[in-house]
Design a protein around this ligand. Structure first.
Ligand code: CAO
Length: 415
């Protein structure tokens, strides 16, 4: 079976997490992704957080599947020639260097266009144009600048960053969509274009509901589904909402049986209005059905924390999985707090290819997250990440370099 992006060639100048997430997705969709790295060291993540001495880290292997690796010194004149040959041949250049680094390599947008007017040049940067455009940015900086940290955590504590890599992987995902759209537009215009995904923008896009709430707060001074209502105080900015749902259906994280010793014995419980009767029945609080403080969604809003405390009396008597089974019988929305260990061991995720076991020549078998996007006519086969420079000779041969020329390039330090 063919792949959606068969025939698309990507010059992958990405490193660390945001850019590699993007090009890995494109590779999974069928693009030929040629990752350019510096000889000797390569992508810095190859050596970061290593669990096996001398072996590419899981950080690197889990972000660089299905790619080829070529080493080029982009600052060596002969290395530059190879890069330019790749720019002429490829459809897309993806990079996430610090601002200005690509220009300093000589690959300005004007030069790229002169070499290949069909080239799509896609970048992740920390910030878009503006006061911080020259800043280097990592994940948590983006979470803080994009509105996530100020709205995450509890009201009585400091801002908190989330474990989901919304700044890096989230922005890589945004960039991939931009690239695919630019490829589609090129079908009619015949021209490439620049695609920019700034991490601050990507995080803010994922925090869209909080900008919604900012405006609600400005208008009404209160948000009734937030835990600050009715007894706490609202200031002039969206507060941290703990585990409140963020939507129209109030929810909270509740303890389950075993919570005293298991840090993940919890369930997310949503008091969806249409199943309120069933909730009361299941937890043995049918008195709530006629109680004026609990009978309607509006009446319940000032009492949400009492309600969750009441439901928790019930969830504490069940394991999170027992509670799930019972609640699902009544279509009561809920979700177990799953640990990474539980996720790694979950058979259904293995069956769908969401969690995959990959074999690597140096590290042996390891687990990775497969392609979360499932396409009926473009199935993803997860292939191990390349060793540093594993495909240098192959890619150069495809560009027309002879074995002798490749040997000369190697001895000159260009590759
Ligand atoms: N040959 C020669 N030089 C190379 C090269 C190659 N193959 N690959 C990279 N380089 C050079 C670059 O040209 C640059 O050199 P100059 O600064 O002298 O022009 C240098 O390596 C370092 O690049 P960098 O500044 O991007 O790397 P850094 O480690 O200092 O910064 C990061 C890393 C992530 C902070 C920065 O790249 C950045 O802000 N990127 C944009 C935002 C982003 O993607 N952040 C998320 C990263 S994932 O958490």
């Amino acid at each position: 079976m063919g792949k959606a992006l068969d025939g698309v060639e990507i010059l992958d100048f990405t490193h660390v997490q945001s850019g590699p997430t993007c090009t890995q997705l494109l590779a999974w969709l069928g693009a030929d992704v040629i990752k350019v790295e510096r000889a000797g060291e390569g992508d810095i993540t190859r050596g970061q957080l290593r669990d096996i001495p001398g072996v590419d880290s899981l950080y690197f292997t889990m972000l660089n599947h299905n790619k080829r690796s070529i080493t080029i010194d982009a600052k060596n004149p002969k290395g530059k020639q190879i890069l330019e040959a790749l720019v002429k041949k490829c459809d897309v250049l993806v990079e996430n260097f610090a601002p200005g680094a690509l220009d300093r390599m000589g690959l300005t947008w004007e030069h790229i266009q002169s070499l290949n007017p069909r080239m799509i040049a896609a970048s992740v940067k920390g910030f878009g144009p503006g006061p911080y455009e020259d800043c280097k940015v990592y994940e948590n900086v983006a979470q803080c600048a994009g509105g996530s940290a100020s709205t995450t955590g509890f009201d009585d504590g400091p801002p908190v960053v989330t474990g989901a890599q919304i700044g890096d992987s989230g922005t890589g995902l945004h960039l991939a969509l931009g690239i695919v759209a630019a490829l589609y537009q090129r079908n009619t215009t015949g021209k490439g274009q620049k695609v920019l995904a700034a991490m601050q923008d990507g995080v803010l896009n994922l925090c869209r509901v909080k900008l919604r709430d900012q405006q609600r707060l400005a208008r009404t001074g209160v948000m009734e589904e937030y835990p600050q209502y009715p007894n706490g105080k609202f200031g002039d900015a969206v507060p941290r909402a703990g585990n409140a749902s963020g939507g129209g259906q109030p929810g909270w994280i509740l303890k389950c049986k075993g919570w005293e010793t298991d840090p993940n014995a919890y369930i997310y419980f949503i008091t969806q209005a249409p199943v309120w009767k069933d909730i009361c029945k299941v937890i043995g609080r049918e008195d709530w059905l006629t109680h004026p403080d609990y009978a309607t969604p509006k009446a319940r809003l000032p009492h949400l924390m009492d309600i969750f405390a009441g439901v928790e009396e019930w969830t504490k008597t069940k394991t999170k999985f027992e509670a799930m089974d019972i609640l699902n019988e009544y279509d009561i929305p809920c979700g177990p707090i799953l640990s990474m260990k539980e996720i790694a061991e979950e058979p259904s995720l293995r069956e769908t290819g969401t969690v995959v076991e990959v074999d690597h020549p140096k590290r042996g078998k390891y687990l990775s997250v497969g392609n979360p996007i499932k396409m009926s006519e473009s199935a993803t086969e997860v292939k191990r990440s390349p060793l540093l420079g594993e495909h240098t000779d192959q890619v150069l041969a495809e560009l027309g370099y002879s074995a002798q020329q490749i040997a000369e390039l190697r001895s000159s330090g260009a590759i």
